[in-house]
Design a protein around this ligand. Structure first.
Ligand SMILES: [Fe+2]
Length: 199
């Protein structure tokens, strides 16, 4: 499913710093996303974003929440309105007068699909985490120990196996790493260590 957005600017700069409360973001997620696996995916990506914002960007709690919120809502419209992905969530957040940086991060999480190239670190990392997080979770599900003792080379093997999690686009993962300036190895390690704690 692919919907070019036809624009590269989102939200209004006067809304800078405006976020949803955690309760409001979760309420929106629960109302829009009925599929539990998809909801888990968004919570996993949110957690990765928060950890990265804290650990690698050195952001304070409010900065971390902006990253986390982008992760939490990036696929919010996918479950019920796949033909409007990700136009619908963008327009909703614009109507709610949310910080334009968060909206643009969501708009740029699939450059080939939506036509928006990730520019800020928040945008680049959301793109980088999205697909790889899904593949690593699929791998965890086939291991009895799940994330415990998972090794990078196991993930790399699955990445090479085209039939494994076939809907995960390997080219996107490679492109996202190069845009974000992180190695695939480091990104895999980061996801393995953080993602297993999200239930
Ligand atoms: Fe996603």
């Amino acid at each position: 499913m692919s919907l070019q957005l036809g624009r590269t600017e989102f939200g209004n700069t006067t809304n800078k710093g405006k976020v949803l409360s955690r309760e409001a973001a979760n309420a929106l997620l629960n109302e829009w996303v009925l599929n539990h696996r998809l909801k888990l995916h968004m919570r996993q990506v949110a957690h990765l974003m928060k950890c990265w914002a804290s650990q690698e960007e050195g952001l304070d709690e409010s900065g971390q929440w902006r990253w986390e919120m982008a992760g939490l809502l990036h696929d919010a419209d996918w479950d019920q309105w796949p033909e409007l992905h990700c136009k619908k969530i963008i327009e909703e957040l614009e109507a709610l007068e949310i910080d334009p940086e968060i909206i643009r991060a969501i708009a740029s999480h699939g450059p080939a699909h939506f036509g928006v190239v990730p520019e800020t670190n928040m945008e680049k990392m959301l793109y980088a985490f999205d697909e790889l997080s899904g593949l690593i979770h699929a791998y965890a599900l086939m291991r009895p120990e799940r994330y415990e003792g998972m090794e990078r080379k196991g993930v790399q093997k699955r990445l090479k196996e085209k039939s494994f999690a076939a809907n995960v686009n390997r080219d996107d993962i490679r492109e996202a790493c190069s845009i974000a300036g992180v190695t695939l190895e480091d990104l895999i390690d980061f996801i393995i260590t953080k993602q297993g704690t999200v239930e």
